[in-house]
Every structure is written in structure tokens, then in C-alpha cells.
Design a protein around this ligand. Structure first.
Ligand code: NAI
Ligand code: MG
Length: 362
């Protein structure tokens, strides 16, 4: 096998995950054929209600050993609340990957596409094109704390924020490196050092220290409250926005919401050193309300495939996959695009149009 053979775990999960994944795989395969690399796909029925019913768990006990050797994980969506409670299915699968595989960067592109109506009035494609980089392992989401005097008048709960120099620096380095590869070369830090007066000033200190190693990057910072407002008022100000776990969680939903349907939003959970595999998945969940109808938008899954190709070093193929879905959406044929984009198209029909565009670039 050539050194451009990628072993990829394919985990569709549940609901529309099983409908959009085949389109994601078809787009990947088309890109492999055009750009001359090989895919070794390992299909797994994990993270599904079916696996839960058959085995009483979301994944086999040895899941980590079995996935440790793959080059990447391509994930659909988990969740089928009629069968498995959501906290069980999420903690039993997707959250395990993030923690055990130390996927400390959560990356979400925010890009207004031609042919998609933004809920922000008067914004044109090209004006909104940035990334949210969220710290994915520590910060406000810690397990340090507890409950005392339960059920009495003194009932007390404490949950500490944990920020480590290692944890902050590595996510900042990822954000600055990403900004260096982009024309605008700008990093915006999300802070709240006016109110959260211990951890957030430390975060700001580390941003200032990191910026010294990147003299050509423009750095600014906003408190999270006005930053959220500016996502809506001035989305054209941003290039790479880096944030702690909680602030990043909020911004990484707000950003994609500002540029249209959740059906197209992709995300990456990255272990940048490659010590463990990284995971690529659409932002959306299993959408039980439209599952089985064949109308889910496959672009979130296909855009995630492009992020995965970029991570694997196939930048040209990644760009071609992006160009393909952008051109299909821009063409605006309402018989092709899915209902969430105002059309009457199907998952498979939109997937086929994108595969055609990969095979025959404009
Ligand atoms: P959801 O993202 O599944 O659906 C929210 C709304 O967006 C629904 O109206 C749905 O029809 C629509 N939608 C989502 N993806 C779409 C697509 N590709 N094309 C067109 N419309 C789309 O979120 P919801 O309903 O809160 O959760 C459903 C299940 O998914 C739950 O079990 C939840 O725990 C799980 N979930 C899993 C995630 C993951 O796997 N990372 C992320 C979010 C939710
Ligand atoms: Mg969220």
C-alpha cells in the first residue's frame, strides 16, 4: 500500500447519521480517485441504538485499542432518545473519543456560502469566513468539585475551573499556526478577565506570551459578552477566534448559526500531534424528526470529510471537495438542494451532484 493510503474508521451512528454518512463516503472516494490516494475504510456499527440493544453498551470495551491505529475517525451522529437516554449515548461514545484521544482542539469553520441565506441581514459571501478554535479538554468543564451537606440548609456545590499552562498554550499554538496559513493572519481571543479575575487574566497572559512567537499575527481580544454581540454585528472582523471550553462551546454554535442551516456545519476534534486519531463529524445530531425521510442535508458530513482530508495532508483534495459543494449550493437548483436550503432535493440527490462536481471541477 502506498504511503497515501488512509485507514479511516467510519461510524455512521444513528438517525440521519446513517443517511448522510454514505454521501460523505462517496465524496471521499471520489476525491481519492481524482487525487490519487487510497482509502481503507473500517465500518463500525458503534454509537448506535442497535449496538446498545444488542450489547448494552454504545461501544465495545476495547474500542480505544481498536481505533488507536486508524488515521482518522469519520463520525455521523449519535443519539436515539426513544431507546437510549441522551446523556448515556453521548458519554458512552463521542465524549469518550474527545477525552481518551486527547482531541484538545475543537475546530469549526464559519463561512457564509453563496446561495445560503444568512439570518444576518445584508451579509454577502466572502464577508464572513472565520474559524472558531475551542479548547476541548479542560477549563470550565472540569470534574473538580463536589456537593456537601446535601439536603440540608447548608447544601453547598463547588465546581472549579482548571486552566493549565500546557492546556492553554497548546490550543493557542494551534490557533496561531492556523492564522499563519490564512491571508488575514489574525487571532481574536475570547476572555472575561474583568469579571473572572484569576483564570481569565492568566489566559490573557498566555495569549500575550504566545503572540511574541508570532510577530506577523495581528492579535486582539474581547470580553465574551461583547464578542458574542460582535459575531452578529461585525462577523467580518474575525479570522481565527480562540476560546476556552465554555466560551468556545457557545461561540462554536453561535458562529455557524450566523451563516445559515445547521445541516451544512462541519467540525473537527483534533489531536494535533497525531498521538491519537482525530475525529471529524457534522455539528448536527441524529435529527429524529426527519430521520428516514431521505431529506437530510449531507453537506455537514461532506464538509467534515474535507476537514479530514486537510488534516491527513491532502490539502488539494480537501479544497476540491469544498469547491464542489460550494458550486452546487451556489448554482441554487431547488430540485437539487435539500428542504433546509429551500429546495425539494434529497440526501442522495444532493450527494450525487457534489460527487459529479468533484469529478468534473468547474
Ligand atoms: P439535531 O442537530 O439532531 O437537530 C436539530 C434540528 O436541526 C432538527 O429540526 C433537525 O431536523 C435539523 N437538522 C439537523 N441536521 C440536519 C440536516 N443534516 N439536514 C437538515 N436538517 C437538519 O439536534 P437535536 O434534535 O437537539 O438532537 C437529536 C439527537 O442528536 C439527540 O439524541 C442528541 O443528543 C443528538 N446529538 C448528537 C450530536 C453528535 O452526535 N455530535 C450533536 C447534537 C445532538
Ligand atoms: Mg455545543
Amino acid at each position: 500500500m502506498s504511503d497515501r493510503t488512509y485507514r479511516i474508521a467510519v461510524i455512521p451512528g444513528d438517525g440521519i447519521g446513517t443517511e448522510v454518512m454514505p454521501e460523505g463516503v462517496r465524496a471521499l472516494q471520489a476525491a481519492a480517485d481524482v487525487y490519487g490516494f487510497e482509502l481503507d475504510l473500517v465500518e463500525l456499527d458503534w454509537a448506535s441504538a442497535g449496538h446498545w440493544q444488542a450489547h448494552g453498551t454504545m461501544m465495545p470495551e476495547d474500542w480505544a485499542e481498536r481505533l488507536e491505529t486508524v488515521d482518522a475517525i469519520f463520525f455521523g451522529a449519535v443519539g436515539w432518545p426513544d431507546v437510549v437516554p441522551d446523556h448515556v449515548s453521548l458519554w458512552g461514545s463521542i465524549l469518550q473519543f474527545r477525552r481518551v484521544f486527547d482531541q484538545y482542539v475543537n475546530l469549526r469553520p464559519v463561512k457564509l456560502l453563496q446561495g445560503v441565506r444568512s439570518p444576518l441581514a445584508g451579509r454577502e459571501p466572502g464577508e464572513v469566513d472565520f474559524y472558531v478554535v475551542r479548547e476541548n479538554t479542560e477549563g470550565e468543564y472540569s470534574s473538580v468539585g463536589g456537593r456537601m451537606f446535601e439536603g440540608t440548609d447548608r447544601e453547598t456545590v463547588i465546581q472549579e475551573t482548571i486552566m493549565t499552562r500546557t492546556g492553554i498554550d497548546r490550543v493557542l499554538r494551534y490557533a496561531f499556526d492556523l492564522a499563519e496559513r490564512r491571508p488575514a493572519k489574525k487571532v481574536t481571543s475570547a476572555t472575561k478577565s474583568n469579571g473572572i479575575a484569576i483564570t481569565m487574566p492568566y489566559w490573557d497572559e498566555r495569549v500575550a506570551a504566545m503572540s511574541e512567537s508570532y510577530p506577523d499575527i495581528d492579535v486582539d481580544q474581547f470580553h465574551i459578552d461583547i464578542l458574542a454581540a460582535n459575531f452578529v454585528l461585525h462577523p467580518d472582523w474575525f479570522d481565527v477566534v480562540v476560546a476556552s471550553n465554555l466560551f468556545g462551546d457557545i461561540l462554536s454554535d453561535l458562529g455557524p448559526a450566523c451563516v445559515g442551516t445547521i445541516g451544512i456545519a462541519p467540525s473537527a476534534n483534533i489531536n494535533p500531534e497525531g498521538t491519537h486519531p482525530s475525529l471529524f463529524e457534522p455539528v448536527h445530531g441524529s435529527a429524529p424528526d426527519i430521520a428516514g425521510k431521505g431529506i437530510a442535508n449531507p453537506i455537514g458530513q461532506i464538509w467534515s470529510a474535507a476537514l479530514m482530508l486537510d488534516h491527513l495532508g491532502e490539502a488539494e483534495a480537501a479544497a476540491a471537495v469544498e469547491d464542489a459543494f460550494e458550486s452546487v449550493v451556489a448554482a441554487g437548483d431547488t430540485t437539487v438542494v435539500t428542504p433546509d436550503l429551500g429546495g425539494t432535493g434529497t440526501t442522495a440527490g444532493l450527494g450525487s451532484a457534489i460527487v459529479d462536481a468533484i469529478n468534473h471541477p468547474a
